[in-house]
Design a protein around this ligand. Structure first.
Ligand code: FE2
Length: 206
C-alpha cells in the first residue's frame, strides 16, 4: 500500500462581516481614515520618510479603538475571529490569550503597492477591507518553504491550488483575512483610480 501524507498545512482564515453591519462600519472607517490622512502630521511624515504610497497610521497612531467607535467595534469582531482561528490552528495558549496588539489604517493610492514582508513579534496578522474600488490590488501570499526549495522545478499550471507557490485573494469590503505572522505576503500594484482603504492588525500572545 502506498500513502502520501499531507503535513504542515498553511492556514489562511477568511470571513465576511454581515453586509449591513459592514456597510455602516465601513462608512465610518473610511471617513476616519481620510481624516487621519489629512490631519495626522506625524503619520504623513512617517509615510514620506518610509516611502509609503498614500497614508498609513502604522508609524504614528496606536490607539484607533479609543479614537472612534467604529474601530472599537471592529476590534470586538476581530477578537472573536482571532479566537476561531486559534482554535483552527490548534494552539494551546497555556492560560494566556491572544491580544490585538495593534491596528492601523492604510489608504493606498493609485499605483501604490507594498512589497513582500512578514509581521515580526506577533502570532497572527490580518487585514480588514473597508473600501475596495474597481481595479483594487490583490493580496498575494507565498509558500513559506520557497527559500528552501533550492533546486525544485516549477509547479504545473494545473496542479491543485494548495500545491501552487502563490495564492492571490481579491479583497471585498467587509472581508476579514488572517494568517500566521510568519507568512510572507505582498500587496500588488493598486490599479484603481481611487484609494483602497484597509485596516491591518496583529495579535500577540500574552
Ligand atoms: Fe502585511
Amino acid at each position: 500500500m502506498t500513502e502520501v501524507f499531507r503535513l504542515f498545512p498553511t492556514l489562511l482564515y477568511q470571513a465576511a462581516l454581515p453586509e449591513q453591519e459592514a456597510a455602516a462600519l465601513n462608512a465610518d472607517m473610511e471617513a476616519a481614515a481620510l481624516s487621519f490622512a489629512e490631519q495626522d502630521k506625524a503619520g504623513k511624515k512617517w509615510c514620506a520618510e518610509n516611502g509609503y504610497p498614500g497614508y498609513t497610521s502604522y508609524g504614528s497612531l496606536n490607539d484607533l479603538p479609543a479614537r472612534a467607535p467604529c474601530f472599537a467595534a471592529l476590534k470586538r469582531k476581530l477578537d472573536a475571529h482571532g479566537a476561531s482561528f486559534v482554535e483552527a490552528l490548534g494552539y494551546d495558549l497555556a492560560g494566556g490569550r491572544l491580544k490585538l496588539d495593534n491596528m492601523w489604517v492604510n489608504v493606498l493610492k493609485a499605483d501604490g503597492f507594498h512589497s513582500g514582508h512578514v509581521h515580526p513579534h506577533c502570532v497572527l496578522s490580518g487585514t480588514y477591507y473597508v473600501h475596495v474600488p474597481k481595479g483594487s490590488s490583490a493580496l498575494k501570499f507565498e509558500d513559506p518553504r520557497l527559500p528552501q526549495m533550492m533546486a525544485a522545478p516549477m509547479k504545473r499550471a494545473d496542479a491543485p491550488r494548495e500545491m501552487q507557490p502563490f495564492f492571490y485573494v481579491e479583497p471585498r469590503p467587509g472581508m476579514v483575512l488572517m494568517w500566521e505572522s510568519y507568512l510572507r505576503h505582498e500587496v500588488v500594484r493598486h490599479r484603481g483610480r481611487r484609494a483602497r482603504i484597509s485596516v491591518s492588525f496583529n495579535f500577540k500572545w500574552t
